[in-house]
Design a protein around this ligand. Structure first.
Ligand code: CTP
Ligand code: MG
Length: 238
């Protein structure tokens, strides 16, 4: 067993914010849509800045919004030393661009959706702790409330997995840096980074997620996020 402290060199965070937000239909890229008067990205970066041990941050945005002094960035505070890079057409390409821009001395990398803008710091800390404890990949997840069916192309149910075995997974997803680099070199096109790491044969551990890490996808999700922020007992960031 290696000495975890001797190996701990810093956490790098890739915040992916380069999507178009087609399902939100807000007329601008989703990460720049306002929540309580500030872009979703601003809320996400405030949280990242509060995560212990973060040494490097890459913010991945649409190519036409690269200038942090531009009007779309109003209200956004970049964490110290953060770099801003252009994303790609698919989420996987955006993650790869961010990963390539992180300080290579980081031994743990987190990938976080800017759209999960109310994720508590505690979720980040749980993910980092589990990677530091030896997991190759770690994802936060919550039990699913609906029964999930697997269907074929015609919509016919082919199986019903037992609900107790299912988790809805969130971000930040955390990895040993070399594992995530190898996974991105080997594959593409997955909806999350953990799937690329699983495809390489690594174990991915699910730790406790949080309902506040829900992804803003639709106008209803944005309204729900506004309600969470307005309710001080259940909302807020910690
Ligand atoms: N993302 C990205 N680059 C892409 C696609 C997505 O950086 N080419 C980011 C989004 O900005 C978001 C996260 O990945 O923070 C999760 O993606 P999703 O919720 O699908 O966001 P969008 O792709 O923007 O939304 P939609 O699919 O509705 O267009
Ligand atoms: Mg998308």
């Amino acid at each position: 067993m290696t000495d975890a402290h001797a190996a701990a060199r810093g956490v790098g965070v890739v915040v992916v914010a380069a999507g178009s937000g087609a399902r939100l239909r807000a007329g601008l890229p989703k990460a720049f849509v306002a929540l309580a008067g500030r872009p979703l990205l601003a809320h996400s970066l405030d949280t990242v800045a509060a995560v212990p041990g973060v040494a490097s941050v890459a913010v991945v945005v649409p190519a036409d919004l690269l200038d942090p002094s531009g009007p779309a960035w109003s209200g956004v505070s970049l964490p110290p030393g953060a770099v801003v890079v252009a994303g790609g057409a698919e989420r996987t390409a955006s993650v790869a661009a961010g990963l390539a821009s992180l300080d290579p001395s980081c031994d743990v990398v987190l990938v976080h959706d800017a759209a999960r803008c109310l994720t508590p710091v505690a979720v980040f800390a749980r993910v980092v702790a589990a990677v530091r404890a030896g997991a190759a990949g770690v994802v936060p997840g919550i039990p699913v409330v609906d029964t999930i069916k697997v269907v074929d192309a015609a919509g016919v149910v082919t199986s019903t997995p037992p609900r107790e075995s299912l988790r809805a997974v969130q971000t930040p997803q955390g990895f040993r840096r070399e594992v995530l680099l190898a996974a991105h070199a080997a594959g593409a096109g997955a909806t999350d980074d953990a799937a690329l790491v699983e495809a390489l044969g690594h174990d991915v551990l699910v730790v406790e997620g949080d309902v506040r890490a829900h992804k803003v996808t639709t106008p209803d999700d944005l309204a729900q996020a506004e309600r969470l922020l307005a309710a001080p007992t259940t909302g807020g960031r910690p």
